[in-house]
Design a protein around this ligand. Structure first.
Ligand SMILES: C[S@@+](CC[C@H](N)C(=O)[O-])C[C@H]1O[C@@H](n2cnc3c(N)ncnc32)[C@H](O)[C@@H]1O
Length: 283
């Protein structure tokens, strides 16, 4: 039976699928397993801003105009982040995770989906205050080159200074956040000794493989943009990357529940979505 050709919603789904397929084939970015609701919102947002009538026309444009693809990339990657975001999460890190990390002579931490780096420098400061930074290597990855470049600069607008300071205090910070940066007229920049501890690299959680063997993976507010199948694949990737007894930290709207790897982790702090890896599988 041929379905109703005027069914707007069905056509919308088809057009979005074809649009994503075109992006994948032309540019290698694979958004096909991102959450449907997120994609629909972002594609319709771009349609509103673009001088075209339909998503099919956007598909033509994305194939022939790399600058338009840059705009689409910006639409798809939500880079919202902040220093010491969700302060109770950082309290849990200090009280429950640091004692575990302390047992390792050398610590490797992977921030996946690090955006512009605020989360990473927050971690570096926390580790410094707990006396662990010297023996830690932090890897921070994202698939978006633009945010990685900003993260490497470690410079942030003074507009956010107060909000970041407040988060820091609420998270259990032991000094003043301003002790860790120098200020110019418009920006503040984190100290070299913090920046030297971080290697920023391009890594796509959809397409790339295990990044490194680490004691802890932090991947917050990234899985929410993926569908369940892709979430499961990414959790498997983290499982393969974390040493037995190591730690996985997700965002507070994210869960391991739908992953086939859920039983390979046990909660360390359920509310803050911090887990311990119980054992390894033979893949
Ligand atoms: C909302 S930000 C979260 C930043 C930070 N983790 C936090 O919680 O504040 C989501 C980040 O995930 C990144 N991201 C989305 N899809 C990705 C993928 N397939 N591989 C790597 N990073 C991805 C985006 O570029 C963005 O920087």
């Amino acid at each position: 039976m041929i379905s109703n050709p005027d069914s707007v919603y069905e056509n919308l789904d088809i057009e979005i699928k074809l649009f994503l397929e075109a992006i994948y084939l032309k540019y290698g970015y694979d958004f096909r397993n991102y959450s449907k609701a997120h994609l629909k919102r972002r594609v319709l947002h771009r349609l509103n801003l673009t001088d075209v009538e339909s998503i099919s026309e956007m598909q033509y444009k994305v194939l022939h105009d790399p600058d338009f693809m840059k705009e689409v990339m910006k639409d798809f990657s939500i880079n919202v982040t902040e220093m010491f975001r969700d302060p109770p999460f950082y309290q849990a890190l200090r009280n429950e995770v640091v004692p575990i990390l302390r047992t390792y002579p050398f610590i490797k931490i992977w921030h996946a989906g690090c955006s512009t780096g605020e989360e990473v420098y927050s971690m570096a400061i926390l580790l410094d205050e707990e006396g662990l930074l010297d023996r830690t290597q932090i890897y921070a990855t994202d698939y978006n080159q633009l945010v990685l470049e900003q993260a490497r600069q470690a410079s942030y607008s003074l507009d956010h200074e107060k909000e970041f300071e407040m988060n820091y205090v609420k998270s259990g910070g032991k000094k003043a956040l301003s002790d860790y940066y120098s200020r110019s007229e418009e920006e503040f920049r984190f100290a070299d000794y913090l920046r030297r501890k971080v290697v920023f690299s391009d890594h796509n959680l959809v397409l790339d493989n295990v990044f490194a063997e680490v004691h802890m993976v932090i991947c917050r507010n990234v899985l929410i943009y993926f569908n369940r199948e892709l979430q499961s694949r990414v959790i498997k990737l983290f499982h393969e990357s974390i040493i037995t007894g190591g730690i996985l930290a997700l965002g507070n709207k994210e869960t391991l529940d739908y992953s086939s790897f859920a039983d390979a982790f046990e909660p360390l702090n359920k509310k803050q979505k911090i887990y311990l890896k119980k054992y390894s599988y033979n893949y």
